[in-house]
Write a protein that binds this ligand. Structure first.
Ligand code: HXC
Length: 289
């Protein structure tokens, strides 16, 4: 879809880049020539991913163990990177989530998610953004959100609240930092199965339950996410900022529509419906004449 060297000379940091969606995006950036920085809490998966990507694409992949909840560690890490040269892109992908009835959550459970998603994403964005502004260096930030920022969602309330906050940050900083050449956008993926997310959001492997509200009738393909993330990281669309793009096969649009359930009707059901409506129309017309 893109030129092989689209991201050449770009240095991109992907939080949570050792696994899941983060690894997929990192791989695609490397395929298009970017130098990578990946961070996360588990050294083993980071080092495996770094070796795998650099051996496959011949690009440099730097990794660092980091818990983005620790604000000083975040700032130290970003300082360490910028001492070698500025980043050009940041993907705020690291997240934490699990399904639970909200009444059963402990405050510590709420904090575990909010501290990663809400606080950690801000720390990272702030540490990178302030250095870009200081250096007069332009950059692109992509936040991995969810469609719950528009609809809310039961059973994942700490995540829905935190991601909504980051959506507000996306819009706010697009307006505040546009003058510095910083663009900031979000991607709101629908169901893209990964080990980490599916173990916590779909623990009984009920894939039908995850896809029966998707008009396209399927989960997302990684390449679709990779392409959008690469597009947002590339030059050539700097006017696009402050936007969160839903990438969910139209799933969230079905949730609020009064008639979404009609999606399940067969042709025969529709024929029957039409007959019933015509009967009602004809009866009204007869009453009027
Ligand atoms: C209730 C739970 C729980 C569960 C953890 N807790 N899991 N409570 N139900 N299933 C509670 C614990 O009991 C504890 O509270 C508190 O949360 C902290 O738990 P820890 O395990 O000590 O926390 P920590 O090691 O910091 O782990 C953070 C985490 C974990 C968020 C809880 O799930 C994690 O590390 N996740 C990272 C990967 C991940 O979540 N990926 C999915 C992202 S998907 P108490 O009070 O008992 O001490 C996503 C959106 C996808 O973001 C959208 C798809 C459509």
């Amino acid at each position: 879809m893109f030129k092989d060297n689209l991201l050449e000379n770009k240095r991109i940091l992907i939080t949570g880049g050792g696994t899941g969606l983060g690894k997929e995006m990192a791989t695609h950036f490397a395929m298009h020539g970017a130098e990578l920085y990946i961070c996360g809490r588990r050294e083993n998966v980071l080092s495996e991913t770094a070796v795998e990507i650099s051996e496959t694409y011949g690009t440099k992949v730097n990794y660092q163990t980091l818990d983005i909840r620790a604000s000083k560690d975040v700032d130290d890490y970003i300082e360490f990177i910028f001492e070698k040269g500025p980043l050009d892109g940041l993907v705020n992908n690291a997240a934490g989530n699990f399904i639970s009835p909200t009444k059963d959550l402990s405050h510590k459970g709420f904090d575990a998610i909010a501290n990663i998603v809400f606080h950690g994403t801000f720390y990272m964005t702030h540490s990178v953004g302030k250095r870009w502004i200081e250096l007069g260096h332009k950059g692109s930030i992509v936040n991995i959100l969810t469609t719950w920022i528009w609809t809310g969602s039961p059973y994942v309330v700490p995540s829905a609240m935190s991601k909504s906050g980051i959506h507000a940050m996306t819009q706010s900083l697009a307006a505040e930092w546009g003058k510095y050449g910083i663009k900031i956008n979000g991607i709101a993926p629908g169901p893209f199965p990964t080990k980490g997310a599916w173990e916590r959001l779909n623990p009984d492997n009920n894939d039908d339950g995850m896809t029966n509200t998707v008009p396209l009738g399927r989960v997302g393909e990684m390449e679709e996410l990779q392409n959008l993330a690469t597009f947002l990281m590339a030059d050539g669309c700097d006017y696009l900022t402050g936007q969160t793009i839903g990438l969910d096969g139209g799933q969230y649009l079905t949730g609020g529509g009064t008639f979404s359930q009609l999606d399940k009707l067969s042709d025969e059901d529709w024929e029957n419906m039409r007959k019933l409506i015509r009967e009602a129309n004809n009866k009204d017309k007869a009453d009027r004449s």
